[in-house]
Design a protein around this ligand. Structure first.
Ligand SMILES: Nc1ncnc2c1ncn2[C@@H]1O[C@H](COP(=O)(O)OP(=O)(O)OP(=O)(O)O)[C@@H](O)[C@H]1O
Ligand SMILES: [Mg+2]
Length: 398
């Protein structure tokens, strides 16, 4: 039997102050969450998950270990490996409901967890100016060669909370802003940082909203520096992934069309969010971003829920045949007729507008793929390799 854990849950607001939201008890087999009366009667109240944690009901129970909204606060494989190493956790101690106690103020989104009757975790922060030391520690950690406990603690403090599988860290910039910095991994077969930066640049040119980003170097290592869209100055914005909103555990049977339905149901601005998601879907099809799982799409709360800026954009580095997400009901990227026909309809976009979006993305990506990648130092062979894939996709959508 796993240990039970009880938490007070708060939201860190735009002013940086905590507002108590509710109490959660998780046993490892089920999770119960109760909104506090004080939150339910507060003027700015909103549901932590508009689909699964409605404020119309005070108490919610699930048979999952955690409600998705809470699971979203936790890191994925990269951060969890660091957590396990830093705190020498046994397998049982790595259950998600027990890991929440280890989160600090840098974790993704605005939810904060206080373990009842447990010690408070304090972590030091790291600054962008010492990123080179963290990169070295991350490489040593991946190789299984990080022996210095202090360095492991420093790496954990900065890198233990953000999600995703790739090495990364959250550090403070020179103006006190919290950043996300993505590192290369020793397992990368391509220049992932150069390719991801290039995709962000192309996405921006194609009218897709992306966070402020830049490429930087630490020694000979290229890094991608991103501003965090869940932070505003010292304040935080609540964020929830499409995986949680759709209440699914695996990624495999979900689709872009289902995300469009979620947007129609809960977005404060469905029309523009649907166009944004359609645009990103076509962009992903063209560049071959086949790792398009549901945690790579999220909604932010800002006087209503809205889609976040796009993130985690990469060409088909895993050489997958299909996409992780289906489009309407299959995982092979759409033909032009499907894209501007049945898919556009599901996104409530008329045929002419859909054609314009598809054509704009085709032009931007085909005309600029080589020069943008060159600008970010992507090796010639890789530019040509992914360029061929893109050519085929463009042919299909023309
Ligand atoms: N600019 C950002 N601001 C705030 N949160 C972000 C930002 N970019 C990404 N995130 C959050 O961090 C998580 C990890 O980022 P990302 O998906 O880029 O990492 P990854 O390691 O490449 O992921 P994957 O495991 O999908 O390959 C995302 O799922 C999202 O919750
Ligand atoms: Mg990701």
């Amino acid at each position: 039997m796993t240990e039970r854990a009880s938490y007070n849950i708060s939201l860190s607001g735009l002013d940086g102050n905590l507002v108590k939201v509710g109490e959660m008890v998780a046993t490892g087999e089920r999770c119960t969450f109760r909104y506090l009366e004080s939150f339910l009667s507060a003027p700015g109240l909103f549901p932590l998950d508009p689909k699964n944690l409605s404020t119309k009901k005070k108490q919610h129970v699930t048979d999952k270990i955690l409600f998705g909204a809470f699971e979203d606060s936790l890191p994925d494989s990269w951060g969890r490996k660091l957590m396990a190493a830093r705190y020498k956790l046994s397998h049982a101690e790595q259950s998600p409901h027990l890991l929440l106690r280890l989160l600090d103020e840098k974790s993704i989104g605005a939810l904060r967890y206080e373990l009842l009757n447990g010690p408070r975790i304090e972590t030091e922060s790291e600054s962008i100016n010492t990123i080179g030391e963290l990169v070295e520690a991350a490489i040593a950690f991946e190789k299984g060669e990080l022996v210095d406990d202090i360095m492991l603690q420093r790496l954990y403090n900065s890198a233990g909370s953000p999600g995703g599988a790739h090495p990364k860290a959250s550090v403070y910039g020179n103006d006190g802003e919290l950043l996300l910095v993505k590192f290369p991994s020793i397992n990368d077969r391509y220049d992932i940082v150069g390719l991801e930066t290039s995709c962000l640049e192309l996405a921006e040119m194609a009218g897709i909203q992306v966070p402020e980003f830049s490429i930087m170097e630490a020694g000979a290592v290229k890094l991608l520096r991103l501003e965090r869209f869940d932070r505003v100055g010292k304040g935080c914005r609540h964020m929830i992934s499409m995986q949680s909103l759709l209440n699914v555990s695996g990624y495999y049977h979900s689709s872009y069309a289902q995300m469009a339905d979620v947007i129609r149901e809960i977005s404060k601005d469905p029309e523009s969010n649907l166009i944004a998601l359609y645009r990103q879907m076509i962009f992903n099809a063209i560049i071959g971003n086949t790792d398009d799982h549901l945690k790579n799409f999220s909604m932010l709360y800002d006087n209503g829920y809205g889609l976040t800026q796009a993130y985690d954009l990469l060409p088909n580095v895993n050489q997958n045949i299909g996409h992780t997400l289906s489009f309407l009901n299959n995982d092979i990227s759409p033909t032009r007729n499907e894209a501007i026909g049945s898919l556009a309809q599901r996104f409530v976009i008329n045929k002419k507008a859909a054609e314009n979006i598809v054509d704009q993305i085709i032009t931007v990506v085909s005309d600029n793929w080589v020069s943008v990648c060159e600008g970010n130092g992507v090796p010639e062979g890789e530019i040509a390799h992914f360029g061929k894939y893109i050519e085929r996709q463009v042919g299909k959508l023309k």
